[in-house]
Design a binder for this molecule. Structure first.
Ligand code: UD1
Length: 415
């Protein structure tokens, strides 16, 4: 298994190009299931999760070509099953449930188990499908859903769910009548998907607000579309600039998607200004400690909580980081402690007392964003840090060691 080895202490300078958003590419690739004809999607990131969804879509019948620009055709559906083997490696596989049942009337998708950051149930996806007239049963670890024709319905999500909103939005495009999604997720990835579906002929309005209306149509046609830039990757490099006392141009990001983070980083003393294709981000004189609370978009993203905690662990004072989206998303804390951080967990709060220096150590990645926080901590730590279980990071960051190395970091991957 690969390891990443980092010798910390180098300020990072230069340009970094942000890749396409994993969390937008996954549902958009799945949305091809709704159409006949060949779809072309540009700016697809080169990530393990993308390989996993391609494998899953191929097992259902997709013909797929290309990497950064992907051509995907679903003229034939050969299976209705998303197997346990694939779903267990990537929970977002659940995104085939909505389009599969809408297109074919039948879907059999392995029930995702819990994961490192919490139980992560899919009850809201299933309840919404039932509200639309589907018969949903759980059999031997599989969700079995059937509906000759889904019917438009008034749906209330008890809490804001990103893939839940995306799944039901896709299902509703081919339903009979109008579906209204109340308390829907407002993430930019939901908007990207809605735009793609509309370009296929869907009739969706309100994406980006908490009420999305979908008027069902009888069929969708293939399309050509682009994936938005990855705001979590962009945010990770922005935090790296502040932590390493450097200056990085974040090229190709969308600053509107990063407003919660930009505000927070400015409070820490960082300087952030727009440039032609993105943002110039530089460290302040010192690192002011700030409190952070994760929330659904447009609040501070839970997917940047671990990275922000690494930053606050070298802050000048006390920071309270509150996680409200996932119940168990502090797995990185014990690894940061091994590097000399001073963090105490109290329920869903982490109390972070800034320390003057972190120290290199042997560490282990536990989930995707936790591993990004270890990379950030290692970039400023004294001495060498070794991060094992790098496969977590490869799920969501494209060539992370190359991008950091080009900015001046001493980082290498050991096979
Ligand atoms: C998506 C993102 C993930 C991000 C998360 C929150 C993708 C592929 N993944 O995950 O990177 O961290 O949004 O921004 O886009 N919940 C239920 N029942 C459900 C569905 C969700 O209780 O049926 C709960 C979850 O356990 C969690 C909260 O709702 O506590 C939000 O989860 P959700 O938005 O669904 O996360 P994902 O879509 O899985």
């Amino acid at each position: 298994m690969d390891k990443i080895v980092i010798n910390g202490g180098k300020p990072l300078h230069g340009n970094v190009q942000i890749s396409g958003a994993k969390n937008a590419a996954l549902p958009i690739l799945a949305s091809a299931l709704l159409t006949e004809g060949t779809n072309t999607f540009h700016n697809i990131p080169d990530l393990v999760d993308i390989k996993t969804i391609k494998k899953l879509l191929c097992s259902i019948g997709a013909q797929i070509e290309g990497e950064e620009s992907v051509k995907i055709n679903f003229d034939k559906i050969v299976s209705h099953t998303a197997s346990y083997d694939l779903v267990k490696t990537m929970r977002a596989s659940i995104l085939v449930l909505g389009p599969l049942i809408a297109r074919t009337g039948t879907a059999r998708v392995s029930l995702p188990g819990g994961c490192a950051i919490g139980a992560r149930p899919v009850n809201l996806h299933l309840k919404a499908l039932e509200d639309m007239g589907a018969q949903v049963e759980l059999n031997s670890g599989y969700i079995e859903a059937k509906a000759k024709k889904l019917k438009g319905a008034e749906i209330y999500f008890d809490l804001s769910t990103v893939t839940g909103t995306e799944n039901i939005m896709m299902a509703a495009t081919l339903a009979q009548g109008t579906t209204v999604l109340n308390n829907s997720a407002r993430e930019p990835e939901v908007v990207n998907l809605a735009d793609v579906l509309n370009s296929m002929g869907a009739r969706i309005s309100g994406a980006g607000t908490d009420v999305i209306t979908i008027k069902g149509v009888t069929s969708l046609k293939s399309t050509e579309a682009s994936i938005i830039p990855d705001r979590i990757e962009a945010g990770t490099f922005m935090i790296a600039a502040g932590m390493t006392r450097g200056e990085i141009n974040i090229i190709g990001c969308n600053p509107h998607h990063l407003e919660a983070l930009i505000n927070k980083l400015r409070d820490t003393g960082m300087k952030i200004s727009p440039i032609k294709n993105g943002l110039k981000v530089s460290a302040g004189e010192k690192i002011n400690s700030v409190d952070v609370k994760t929330l659904p978009y447009p609040g501070f993203p839970t997917d940047l909580q671990a990275q922000m905690m690494a930053y606050m662990s070298i802050g000048s004072g006390l920071s309270v980081i509150t996680e409200t989206v996932f119940e168990n998303r502090f797995m990185h804390v014990s690894e940061l402690l091994r590097m000399g951080a001073d963090i105490v967990i109290q329920g869903n709060n982490a109390v972070v007392r800034g320390v003057p220096v972190l120290h290199g150590a042997q560490t282990m990645a536990t989930d995707l964003r936790a591993s990004a926080s270890l990379v950030l901590a290692a970039l400023v730590a004294e001495g060498e840090t070794e991060i094992s279980r790098v496969y977590h990071i490869d799920r969501g960051y494209q060539t992370i060691e190359k991008k950091f190395s080009a900015l001046g970091a001493d980082i290498k991957r050991i096979k």
